[in-house]
Design a protein around this ligand. Structure first.
Ligand code: APR
Length: 238
């Protein structure tokens, strides 16, 4: 089976009613990223960062995967699929994808403030509190989310996966944030690259998408199932 890597951003969850970051109604039009989502903000006022994460968690309640998440799952019957996502929601898991790398962490676990590799502590739907401590080490707990100004520990794994891909599908990301935006770069020459997004390709992203096979310009819930149908048919004939 051929290798497919699907890189997803906030836009894949937009059709599930989850807000994106940089669209006109996106989170960064309502919140100041420097107050709620950077490492400095966490050091300065961790309560504000934790409140923001709790707000995102409560916003996820009742949200369900959409047709794009399910189509990506269905692709697993025909290809070796790895989902690399910057999303911190669990909609790919809920749709049934089995091979998912969360580059920016996830909302549903906490980790030690001091140790990136500490055992993850699941929240199980509860709110994060300010004083919770790690049961193994006694360290304060923090969101298992990569904040701006922090390293992205799984980026090398993701680059390696892309470097072995025959097909890459990039869905619902403005490609504004590095290092994840640079993930099209290790794609082998000759591999196919699809971009699914209702927006135009920005001048900044043009270089990242210069070897693009096709831009499916529309909503993820409509375009991803169409693309997946095409890829499935091809897998059947070959
Ligand atoms: N279907 C597909 N794409 C959509 C849809 C939709 N229904 N609606 C919007 N989009 C696209 C937008 O056109 C845009 O290109 O989703 C993209 C969202 O871009 P951003 O808001 O910048 O989100 P993303 O690229 O995931 O952000 C990357 O930035 O703030 C950080 O850590 C956060 O992981 C996030 C990172």
């Amino acid at each position: 089976m051929k290798n497919v890597v699907v890189l997803t951003g906030a836009g894949v969850s937009a059709d599930s009613g989850v807000p994106t970051f940089r669209d006109v109604d996106g989170l960064w039009t309502k919140y100041d990223v420097n107050e709620v989502c950077t490492h400095e903000a966490y050091l300065r006022n961790r309560a504000k960062v934790i409140d923001f994460m709790n707000m995102l968690r409560s916003g996820m309640k009742g949200k369900q995967p959409n047709a794009a998440h399910y189509a990506i799952r269905d692709l697993e019957q025909y290809y070796n699929v790895t989902v690399v996502t910057t999303n911190i929601d669990r909609l790919h898991e809920m749709a049934g994808s089995t091979n998912i790398l969360h580059l920016h962490g996830d909302l549903d676990n906490l980790r030690s403030e001091r140790d990136d590799n500490s055992r993850l502590i699941p929240l199980n739907g509860a709110e994060e509190t300010l004083d919770a401590r790690h049961p193994d080490t006694g360290d304060l707990l923090r969101p298992n989310v990569v904040l701006f100004q922090e390293a992205v520990p799984l980026i090398a794994d993701a680059e390696e996966i892309v470097s072995r891909a025959d097909i890459m599908i990039v869905v619902g990301t403005s490609l504004a944030v590095y290092p994840s935006a640079g993930l099209t770069m290790p794609l082998p020459r000759g591999a196919e690259l699809y971009y699914v997004d209702p927006g135009e390709v920005s001048s900044d992203s043009q270089m990242l998408l210069r070897n693009m096979t096709e831009h499916l310009q529309g909503k993820a819930a409509e375009m991803v199932p169409l693309l997946v149908e095409r890829l499935k048919k091809r897998a059947l004939v070959k």
